[in-house]
Structures are given as structure tokens and as C-alpha cells.
Design a protein around this ligand. Structure first.
Ligand code: PMP
Length: 397
């Protein structure tokens, strides 16, 4: 029996939706707007710094477990430059193999069996399996379309004396929501009232649209001592394949995650750490250009989706590089049926929003799908041409 070969711990997880949609996209030669990975190269400065690190003759061996000094220093400088956040590079930074591993470390290192972890949903799909692997219990707080606000009473009701942590992802995947200062103040107040740790996933911190501002939860009053901030090179430097990320937290909070790291991966790829240190020090211009690069792509895909007859569920303040759209006027089935139809028959791959919800609130995503626009203009144009063939017509599942 197949289940005999799988530990109980992982039996409930099921295969990831990304594997299914990517396979279907390959089979049908679809334009793939499903996964948040650019189809263009990382910046030349990052590539050059990687080559230089490899050729230096100093990076073929293990890096120090907590991260190379240059990267820890660069992470601290970046936090000061962008958020006025004081970080001690010696004791308050842990380099991790991508923010997702950092979140896994944070949960395994801080959450005891039976502890509750508050999660907004929709959520990035690794959070809940990670909480469960730590023995924790997720408590869900829904964000609701069209603007993906949460109900403050629902948030307050999710906290109790078993709550150990809350995961806050801003800018948010899959909705693009950028949490406002006011919303983060509510989170901060509850964390302090209940003695809760905040784990923030800020991988899209530099991808912002219009006048959206990213607020780092750790910089709000009373939050520095109780926040673990995660980010990575993946989205900021269009280098998702590097899997270099970092966790910023007070030394005491970092101790648990550090031990998980020491007894699992131990150290992150040495040459890539040196290269990311150089990239983080790029001038402000780099970050402005990144925003200017994504802005027209967001507008172009929005237009293409609207013209095809989809309706956008756009947050008031927008970040990241995704659009969530409702297909109710076009198709009668649920989100998975529509994603399979669009990928297999129209030739544009997307992700059903239901993949980002727990069963408790899955209905919210039943008629929604997510598209990414972190793609070359030609890719987006090819997608738009295929979407136009939908012609706003209703199709039965
Ligand atoms: N968090 C969120 C919200 C993401 O969307 C992603 C990538 N899709 C990650 C974490 C993964 O980051 P990394 O590649 O640095 O592990």
C-alpha cells in the first residue's frame, strides 16, 4: 500500500497544485502565468557578482552556519536604509535557503505541539503544512474580496492563551494586498496583548504599485522584540533559483530557528551569499527601476484579463506580482475546473485560488484564479492573444 511508505506527518498534505498545473502547461504548451518565477534573467550585477565569488577561490567550501559576514552586514544595512530598522548583523541575522525555509525554521524553532498559529487566508501554500509539521494548530482569519480586508473582530477572536505566533505576509501572495499601517497596528496590539510572536513574510517588499508603502511590522512600537522578519533575493533580484533568504530577529527569538538550521541544512550556498550581499547594496535606483519594470506589466495583464471578460479583485494598496480575477461571467465550474480549462484548452496557465484556502473558507476562492505578470512582455502578449479568444463568452464546465 502506497501510504505505508509515507510518514503520518505528511500523509494529509497531497501534491502541490503547482506540480499539476505546470505539468498540464507543459503538456499543452500553455503560456505559463501560474508560478511566481520570472522568465527573464537576474540582473547582470547579480550574475557578475556570482561569477566573481566563484572565481575568488574562497567560496567553494562551507559558509559559516549563520551566513557569510558580508551578507549579514548587507542585510542589516538594507534594513536601516529602507526602514530605519537597527539590526545587529552578528546576532540578529540568520541566512536561510529562501524565505520559505526561514518560515519553516521559525515555526519548528518556536512552536510547540498544540500551540496555535494565526494565519490570514488566502495564504502562501507552505504555511499550513509547516505549522502542522511543527505540531501547531492553524487558526484562520479570512481576507475577503473585492479588496481583501479582514474583519478586526474576527482577527481579535483568533487570539487566545494558546496562540504562539501569527504569520503576516505583506505584500501578500496571492492577492497583492499591502497591509496598511492601521491593519498592522491592530496585529501589533493583539500580539502584545497575548504575548504572541509575529512571523512576517516580506519577500515582495520592493514590489509596490501606485502609492502603496510597505510597512515593516518589526518597526512598530513594541514589535522589535517579538517579530521575525523574513525576506529573500528571489523576487527582489528576479533570482528565485538562488534560494537565498534571511531572517531578522532579536537574538533570543533567533535561537530556536538557528538550532533547526544547524541540525538540518547547516549553511547556505556560499558563492550565492556573497553575490546577494553585493546585490543588496545596489543603489536606490535599482529598486526604483524594478518598480518601473513591473508597473506596465501589471497594467497590461489587468487590461487583457478585463477584455477577456474576467473581473479583477484588486486590493486598495497593491504589491507583489499577481492578479486575482473572477471568472464567474465566463465559466460555470469551480476554480480548479477553470484553471484546467484555461491551461489545457485556452493555453494560459493560472492557479485556482482555492489552493490558497483552508476548507473552512475555501468557498471564497471558488470562482477566483491567480495570474502572475513577472514575465517578459512577449510572454504577456502571447497570453493576452490567447485570452482574447475567450471572447467574454460563457462556457459550461
Ligand atoms: N513567501 C511567499 C509569500 C512567496 O510567494 C514565495 C515565493 N512564491 C516565497 C515565500 C518563497 O520565497 P523563497 O523562494 O525565498 O523561499
Amino acid at each position: 500500500m502506497a501510504t505505508m511508505t509515507i510518514a503520518h506527518r505528511v500523509q494529509g498534505f497531497g501534491p502541490s497544485i503547482f506540480a499539476e498545473i505546470n505539468a498540464l502547461a507543459r503538456q499543452h504548451n500553455a503560456v505559463n502565468l501560474s508560478q511566481g518565477a520570472p522568465d527573464f534573467d537576474a540582473p547582470a550585477e547579480l550574475v557578475a557578482a556570482t561569477v566573481a565569488a566563484l572565481q575568488s577561490g574562497r567560496t567553494a567550501q562551507y559558509a559559516p552556519s549563520t551566513g557569510v559576514p558580508a551578507l549579514r552586514q548587507a542585510v542589516a544595512e538594507h534594513a536601516l536604509r529602507h526602514y530605519g530598522q537597527q539590526v545587529d548583523p552578528e546576532s540578529e541575522v540568520l541566512v536561510v535557503a529562501g524565505a520559505s525555509l526561514g518560515i519553516f525554521y521559525a515555526l519548528l524553532g518556536l512552536v510547540d505541539p498544540g500551540d496555535e498559529v494565526v494565519v490570514f487566508e488566502p495564504f502562501f501554500d507552505t504555511y499550513v503544512p509547516d505549522i502542522e509539521m511543527a505540531g501547531g494548530v492553524p487558526r484562520y482569519v479570512p481576507l475577503r474580496p473585492p479588496h481583501w480586508a479582514f474583519d478586526p473582530d474576527e482577527l481579535a477572536a483568533a487570539f487566545n492563551n494558546r496562540t504562539r505566533a501569527i504569520i503576516v505576509n505583506t505584500p501578500h501572495n496571492p492577492t497583492g494586498k499591502v497591509f496598511s499601517q492601521e491593519e498592522l497596528d491592530m496585529v501589533a496590539t493583539l500580539c502584545q496583548r497575548w504575548g504572541v510572536v509575529a512571523i512576517t513574510d516580506e519577500v515582495y517588499e520592493h514590489l509596490l504599485y501606485d502609492d502603496a508603502q510597505h510597512v515593516r511590522l518589526a518597526t512598530l512600537p513594541g514589535m522589535a522584540e517579538r517579530t521575525l522578519t523574513l525576506s529573500s533575493a528571489g523576487k527582489t533580484f528576479s533570482a528565485t533559483g538562488f534560494k537565498v533568504g534571511w531572517c531578522i530577529a532579536p537574538a533570543a527569538l533567533l535561537e530556536g530557528p538557528k538550532r533547526i538550521h544547524e541540525y538540518s541544512l547547516y549553511a547556505v550556498a556560499h558563492p550565492l551569499q556573497e553575490a546577494v550581499a553585493a546585490a543588496l547594496r545596489l543603489p536606490d535606483r535599482y529598486y526604483q527601476d524594478l518598480r518601473a519594470f513591473y508597473h506596465p506589466r501589471r497594467d497590461f495583464l489587468s487590461q487583457a484579463l478585463l477584455e477577456a471578460g474576467l473581473k479583477l479583485a484588486t486590493p486598495e494598496r497593491m504589491g507583489a506580482f499577481y492578479l486575482i480575477a473572477a471568472f464567474s461571467d465566463l465559466f460555470e465550474g469551480d476554480a480548479l475546473d477553470f484553471a484546467r480549462y484555461l491551461t489545457g484548452e485556452v493555453g494560459v496557465a493560472c492557479i485556482p485560488a482555492t489552493a490558497f484556502f483552508s476548507p473552512q473558507h475555501r468557498d471564497i476562492g471558488r470562482r477566483l484564479v491567480r495570474f502572475t505578470f513577472c514575465k517578459r512582455q512577449e510572454t504577456l502578449q502571447a497570453a493576452a492573444a490567447r485570452l482574447a479568444a475567450l471572447g467574454g463568452r460563457l462556457r459550461r464546465a
